[in-house]
Design a protein around this ligand. Structure first.
Ligand SMILES: [Zn+2]
Length: 69
């Protein structure tokens, strides 16, 4: 299996993911580009923003990756 998961058009290595927000982002900001997306925190302080579908896929991929260790 691939060690990468595609999130917001980026190939993110699964082992760099620290946490994934369970609820979608909401701040009400007029120009916010992340409304309804799930924050994915990465090692090093970066974040990427996953659609609901990408978030579900990411969690499933991490489970599978852990089980294959
Ligand atoms: Zn926002």
């Amino acid at each position: 299996m691939s060690i990468f998961c595609r999130i917001d058009d980026k190939h993110v290595p699964l082992y760099r993911v620290l946490w994934v927000s369970a609820t979608p982002h909401f701040c009400g900001g007029d120009h916010c580009q992340f409304e309804g997306r799930h924050e994915v925190a990465l090692e090093g302080g970066d974040s990427v923003w996953a659609s609901h579908e990408e978030q579900e896929q990411l969690l499933q991929r991490i489970e599978e990756w852990q089980q294959s260790q």
